[in-house]
Design a protein around this ligand. Structure first.
Ligand code: GCO
Ligand code: MG
Length: 408
């Protein structure tokens, strides 16, 4: 199975997606997700200009060798653009190998370790009644776990709250907005720290002790603030507290960990095993947030998760709408196969996304399943993709009251 050609497809059905499409001499087509939210064209150029020309003529079965060749021959290692490009190649090759074998990809990764993947959805609201309504809506949609984000009084524009995001739906939002520049939002840490514990307490009281509840801090706190928040939330039994401090400082988690038993999840901005080196070996986190799409593909993320497994640390793969249906399918095959699966984030894509990507994965009784089609189980309609041209879209930016830029 020799790679004959590869092309990069940028399409925007509902939001921007970048896909690598690899064709072999025996007529198979493999897909890999190369979507890096807000920096899509950088990865597209990296692939087109520096990776695609190296692929033709290679043995499509040689996944590890291709991974190592692309990783090491570039000399410049790691980083989101590089590792997303590498992930796209890796996933496309796994897709091809599994199609060639006539098996769903999870079978090649060791077979199913469970019947389906517990998924969490995004509930949010500007006030308690809107938040409760959103939680009920997610339960009705079948979610058996929910992330809770709430507007903070005094903060007028805040990321992650559907009704504030101009999303057109009170329940769903799109992380990036179609604007030529990042939208500006507000932040006030003291107001947030005063407000959040009461909301989580109220949600627990209303929905009972069983429902797994998650919360995303979005890197906004200092280590000592995060330690205090984790401790205050202990009575409400959070499933996890996510990105409590800026993720690049691994040492910060030591301080947080020494003060609280609230489980910690981190890593959606990480892209390699090196980013987790101390966090895993020192058992400073409980869940690995990296996605297949941003952490070097199935090969890259599996390496991280096997390492994490030695320390009873589980997967909590990033699954916003900016992971394409191709990236989501890859996550589901990997999550079904590994032993240390924890939970899968699931933000369903817009309906129009389905005009370009056809998928086999299912969501029923709170569980995701990748389906039984050979390979990833995803096809891309090239003609339909061409109808949705790229449009600049950006994640927001937050400023404090005095204008200082803050983590959002
Ligand atoms: C999450 C995330 C997203 C990201 C976004 C970045 O937990 O789902 O924090 O909302 O901000 O996907 O591209
Ligand atoms: Mg997050």
């Amino acid at each position: 199975m020799i790679i004959e050609s590869a092309e990069v497809i940028v399409t925007s059905p509902g939001r921007n997606f970048v896909t690598l499409r690899v064709v072999t001499d025996d007529g198979l087509t493999g897909l890999g997700d190369a979507t890096l939210n807000g920096r899509e064209l950088a990865v597209a150029a990296y692939l087109r200009d520096h990776v695609v020309p190296l692929l033709a003529g290679r043995d499509a079965h040689a996944i590890e060798d291709t991974w190592q060749t692309l990783y090491r021959s570039a000399y410049w290692r790691r980083g989101p653009v590089t590792m997303t490009a590498l992930a796209a190649v890796d996933v496309a090759l796994w897709d091809l190998k599994a199609q060639r074998a006539g098996l769903p990809l999870y079978q090649l990764l060791g077979g199913a370790s469970r019947t389906g993947l517990l998924a969490y959805g995004h509930a949010s609201g500007r006030d308690r009644s809107e938040l409760f309504d959103s939680i009920r809506h997610h339960r009705e949609r079948g979610f058996a776990a929910v992330r809770i984000q709430t507007a903070v009084p005094g903060i007028t524009r805040q990321y992650g709250i559907a009704a504030q995001a101009g999303a057109g739906s009170r329940y769903d939002y799109e992380p990036a907005r179609r604007t030529a520049r990042p939208a500006e939002e507000d932040w006030d840490t003291r107001a947030y720290l005063r407000h959040l514990p009461g909301v989580i307490e109220a949600v627990r009281a209303e929905f009972g002790p069983e429902l797994p509840l998650l919360h995303d801090v979005h890197h906004r706190l200092t280590p000592i603030q995060a330690a205090r928040l984790g401790r205050e939330l202990e009575p409400y039994d959070l499933f996890w507290l996510e990105d409590c401090t800026p993720a690049e400082n691994q040492e910060a988690l030591r301080l947080v960990r020494s003060h609280t038993t609230t489980p910690l999840a981190i890593g959606e901005v990480f892209n390699s095993i090196v980013d987790y080196q101390h966090l895993i070996a020192e058992q400073l986190i409980d869940y690995v947030r990296s996605s297949v799409t941003h952490a070097g593909g199935i090969t890259g993320l599996r390496r991280i998760l096997d390492y994490a497994g030695m320390y009873q640390i589980k997967s909590g793969m990033h699954g916003p709408t900016d992971v394409s249906p191709v990236g989501m399918a890859a996550a589901l095959h990997l999550g079904l196969a590994i032993h240390n699966f924890g939970i899968q984030e699931y933000m369903p894509h817009a309906e129009v996304t389905g005009e370009v990507f056809d998928t086999s994965f299912t969501f029923a009784d709170g569980l995701l399943h990748p389906g039984e089609r050979p390979g990833l189980g995803v096809t891309l309609d090239v003609a339909a993709a061409a109808k949705f041209a790229y449009e600049p879209a950006y994640l927001p930016l937050a400023r404090l009251r005095d204008g200082t830029v803050h983590d959002w």
